[in-house]
Every structure is written in C-alpha cells, then in structure tokens.
Design a protein around this ligand. Structure first.
Ligand code: PGA
Length: 259
C-alpha cells in the first residue's frame, strides 16, 4: 500500500469508559508503547471529565499523541445546560473532536443537520474533526450502504470552506461492525473509502480528496489491522474496544505506521 502521501491516523475512542486514574494510566501507557513510532498520527478521544488529567499525562510523557474529545456543542456559548463548546475544549488543550459517531446518531438521536453544525463549530474554532459515517445492518442488507455514506458525508462536508478541509478526517464505521467483533472485509472497506473519496472530490476538488484521510472503524484490532490498513484508501483507524488496552492500541498505531 499506500501509494499516497497521506500520513496514517489512528484514534482511540474510549467512549464512556475508564476512571480518572485509569485514564491517566492508559494515556501514559499509550505514550510509552509508542515512544519509538514515527510516521503516524495518534489521538485519544477521552471522556470530558478526564481531558485535563489526560492532557497532563500526555504532556508529561512528551509523546505527541493528540488529545481528542468525543463530542462538541454546535453553539458558541450561553444558556445550553450540559453542553461543552469548542472554545472550552481548545482551552482544555484539546486538538480534535469526533462528530457523527453512530452511537450519537443512533442512540442519542443526532441528525445530519446537527452533525454538520457541530462539525462547522469545531472547525471554525480551530479544532480538527473526525466526521463519522456508516450504515446500519438493515441499511446494508437493503443495499443502501453507498447512499447512506454519501448522504451523511455530503451533509457534514457541504458547507465547509476549502481552508478548513485539511483539518477534516472521515471515519467510515459500519454500524454493524462497531463493538460486535464483526469487521468489514478489506474489500468492503476499500470500496466504501474509495467512494467517499470520490464524493469529496466531486464536492471539493481532487486535491482536497487526495489529501483527506479516510479511516476505518468497527472492531479493528491488532489481528486484523494490517490487512485493512494495507488497502489504498484506508488511511488509519478509529478504535473503540481495542483502544482501552495500551498495548493493543499501540500495536494498531504501529501497523498503521508500517502500512
Ligand atoms: P469498536 O468501536 O472498535 O469497539 O468496534 C469503534 C468505534 O465506535 O469508534
């Protein structure tokens, strides 16, 4: 693989897991395991209450693992109880956020318009964004995979200015593969990624499409990472369960660096 010059990107999505001590330990462990790894970007997407703790642990380890949050408000500031703004995240040392994760779309009920608004708010504030798209099992079985990916990606990326696109990564995460142990085949992932890249090209031009990282998520683990990452349009991974073990997450990051 890659014929491309895109730097691989691997994010660890911790979801609603860990506690403060565990978060600190996991972040330190990731840095330790990645001490000699180059040529890849790694990020950890941490629960809100532990952002500052993990910020400190990453700084202390001195390894450039990026700090990410799992959600962001679409509003700038004001009377929105419980929301966390992009500015607050930046102020807490956060580099990147997830938007459109399937658990937020399908469990919490976020729609395309809200995902797009959150994506814009984060980018406007200067954050990097990993925009997640992907079909449910029902949609896949109905032959709607490409249409769903295109609809979600189009909605999230439509109104973005050219100068922010370099801070956008797309994560293709088939919902049926998340946390289920079922992984898309490398062919399935490559096919979806190539179509998403073509869509970005039709919206924002070939240069932006060629530069944009499109990463895969859904039961990616050390045992299957290399074959997925070997595909031309698979530029990294978004890792849930396997990101909760420093050694497993680091093994995937290493596989990406070597891909
Ligand atoms: P998983 O989660 O690796 O546990 O399937 C991926 C994700 O939800 O980002």
């Amino acid at each position: 693989m890659p014929t491309s010059s895109r730097t691989p990107y691997v994010g660890g999505n911790w979801k609603m897991n860990t506690d403060r001590a565990g978060a600190r330990e996991l972040a330190a462990g990731v840095c330790e395991h990645l001490a000699d790894v180059e040529g890849v970007e790694a990020a950890v997407f941490v629960p809100f209450p532990y952002l500052l703790t993990v910020r400190e642990a990453l700084d202390k380890a001195g390894k450039r693992v990026k700090l990410g949050a799992q959600d962001v408000s679409d509003r700038e500031n004001g009377a929105y109880t419980g929301e966390v703004s992009a500015a607050m995240l930046l102020d807490s040392g956060v580099h990147a956020v997830l938007t459109g994760h399937s658990e937020r779309r399908h469990v919490i009920g976020e729609d395309d318009a809200l995902v797009a608004a959150k994506t814009r708010a984060a980018l406007d504030a200067g954050l990097e964004v990993v925009v997640c798209v992907g079909e449910t099992l029902e949609q896949r079985e109905a032959g709607q995979t490409d249409a769903i990916n295109a609809r979600q990606a189009r909605a999230a990326l439509a109104e973005l200015r050219a100068d922010v696109l370099g801070r956008v990564t797309i994560a293709y995460e088939p919902v049926w593969a998340i946390g289920t142990g079922r992984t898309a085949t490398p062919d399935d992932a490559q096919d979806a990624h190539a179509k998403l890249r073509a869509l970005v090209g039709s919206m924002h031009g070939q240069a932006a499409a060629g530069a944009m990282r499109i990463i895969y998520g859904g039961s990616m683990k050390p045992s299957n990472a290399a074959e997925l990452l070997a595909r031309e349009d698979v530029d990294g991974g978004l890792i849930g369960e396997a990101s909760l073990k420093a050694a497993d997450f680091a093994a995937i990051v290493r596989a990406a660096a070597e891909s």
